[in-house]
Design a protein around this ligand. Structure first.
Ligand code: KIV
Ligand code: ZN
Length: 515
């Protein structure tokens, strides 16, 4: 069995997904969970891109123990200096430098000849080596680079000290057979390749990022770069959970293992979805809501007779309890804590106190409380954003022949603010009232509502995306009352918008990525 290194880039490439912008405390929360999941490397950000990114990388480097912490840099001294400064507190650090090598990028983007690209790549690796022994080099758009030139670049950067050479399929253009052959070519044709680890980084424009990554593993890649839920630039990156479960389900074919604790997968997926506001599609492999649901009678019959007839992995393998009906209103604190541990949550005493109060309130309204409900309750206790405004009271009137009206009370720094407004419906009326109270009127880019579990008394989860002065943020709220959940989600996003440092960070990053 070969041990494959798992390089998670949820906090860097994943965060480049439109609207997925995360605040530094949210990034830290995800990084801690990635460490529990057992990833080998966390790419924590792109420090030159914004002060917020630099701060987030630094905090993660200071706080998160276990994985190597990586930061991205273009092949420029200012980028490498910024990445090195942010990584300084990390026990294990990796500088990840990149430069495009394909003819199309050389001609139109960089306006540089092959020899200049070669020279700058070697220079960047040597410069990065001054800060860390662990240096990764990525020839951006490698899959569209002339193979002979790619081999020369790789040989030169390894000679300069690169310890990992990463082969990005930047635009998701590669086909698994062909990508596998490219990796095989690198193994056979780069003379000093045994001195570096081969990594791959695949995008999902044609839905082939996971098959391409797996083909690369089969042909000699020792590291894969991936993200939770496959989020990332455009159609996203290769999904960590899909790669991991494929290796776990088919060791006969891949003969490869990883250090991932698969029972942490579901929780990590939920956390990333909650904090980015990117809802996981129900039919998504491994972590989608339908991934372990059997609807057809023939399948249900087969499952009852012998589970493996229709199930190649078990829900508990990814941390979803087999018996998902867990608690009710008579359950005590002990059972609550025990169940939280079973699904992977460990809270501080204060967080526990608040979460238990919310559980009791929910159990009063809802007969059965499922694992998903518990996860939703606990996630509301996460220190996601500074809570400038708190929702104290919401009342709406609506119905046929009624003008929908909302009355809302918020608290801000101990002071109460109250107002009312009419709207097209009760949700619109709530949002107009909150706008009046906070003095900002963001654009509602997206609104989604879904039931966390089944049943008429299910907990409703609302995810909104708001845009204001170029910044886009997500917010989430849960309640058995969908109007209250809608107000909470909106306020959660507004709280992120009013934190001006988050907004400044966002604008600076956009500028760096799209000058
Ligand atoms: O997709 C890409 O090419 C990248 C590199 C910076 C590794 O994200
Ligand atoms: Zn990428």
């Amino acid at each position: 069995m070969r041990r494959i290194t798992i390089f998670d880039t949820t906090l860097r490439d994943g965060e480049q997904c439109p609207g997925a912008s995360l605040t530094p405390p949210e990034k830290l929360e995800i990084a801690k969970q990635l460490a529990r999941l057992g990833v080998d490397v966390i790419e924590a950000g792109f420090p030159i891109a914004s002060p917020g990114d630099a701060q987030a990388v630094k905090t993660i480097a200071q706080t998160v123990k276990g994985p190597t912490i990586a930061a991205l840099a273009r092949s420029l001294s200012a980028d490498i200096d910024a990445a090195a400064a942010a990584l300084a507190p990390a026990k294990k650090k990796r500088l990840h430098v990149f430069l495009a090598t394909s003819p199309i990028h050389r001609k139109y983007k960089l306006r540089k000849a092959q020899r200049e690209i070669l020279r700058q790549s070697v220079w960047a690796v040597k410069y990065a080596k001054r800060y860390s022994d662990d240096v990764e080099f990525s020839p951006e758009d490698a899959s569209r680079t002339e193979p002979e030139f790619l081999y020369r670049v790789l040989e030169a950067v390894i000679e300069a000290g690169a310890t990992t050479v990463n082969i990005p399929d930047t635009v998701g253009f590669a086909i698994p057979d062909e990508f596998g052959r490219l990796i095989k070519g690198i193994v056979e044709r780069v003379p000093n390749i045994e001195r570096a680890r081969i990594s791959v980084h695949c995008h999902n424009d044609l839905g082939l990022s996971v098959p391409n990554s797996l083909a690369a593993i089969k042909n000699g890649a020792g590291q894969v770069e991936c993200t939770i839920n496959g989020i990332g630039e455009r159609a996203g990156n290769a999904s960590l959970e899909e790669i991991i479960m494929t290796l776990k389900v088919r060791p006969d074919f891949y003969q490869a293992t990883t250090g991932i604790d698969t029972t942490q997968i579901y929780k990590t997926s939920r956390l990333v979805s909650t904090l980015t506001g990117l809802v996981v599609q129900p039919n998504k492999a491994v972590v989608g809501g339908n991934a372990f649901r059997h609807e057809s009678g023939i399948h249900q019959d087969g499952i009852l007779k012998f589970r493996q007839t229709y199930e190649i992995m078990r829900p508990e393998d990814i941390g979803l309890g087999e018996s998902r009906l867990v608690l009710g209103k008579h359950s005590g604190r002990h059972a609550f804590v025990k169940r939280l541990h079973a699904i992977g949550f460990r809270l501080t005493a204060k967080e526990l106190e608040q979460a238990f109060g919310r559980f009791k309130a929910l159990a009063d309204k809802k007969k059965e409380v499922f694992d998903e409900d518990l996860a939703a309750i606990v996630e509301e206790e996460l220190p996601a954003a500074q809570e400038t405004y708190k929702l104290a009271y919401v009342h709406t009137t609506s119905g046929s022949d009624t003008v929908p009206t909302a009355t809302i009370r918020l608290t801000k720094e101990g002071k109460e603010l109250q107002d009312a407004a009419c709207g097209d419906g009760p949700v619109d009326a709530c949002y107009k009232t909150i706008d009046r109270l906070t003095g900002i009127s963001p654009e509602l880019v997206d609104y989604s509502l879904h039931a966390v579990t089944k049943g008429k008394d299910a907990l409703g989860e609302v995810v909104v995306r708001l845009r204001h002065h170029g910044a886009e943020v997500a917010g989430r709220g849960t309640s058995t009352d969908i109007i209250e959940a809608s107000a909470k989600a909106y306020l959660n996003a507004v709280n992120k918008l009013v934190s001006s440092s988050a907004r400044r960070s966002y604008l600076k990053r956009r500028e760096t990525l799209h000058p």
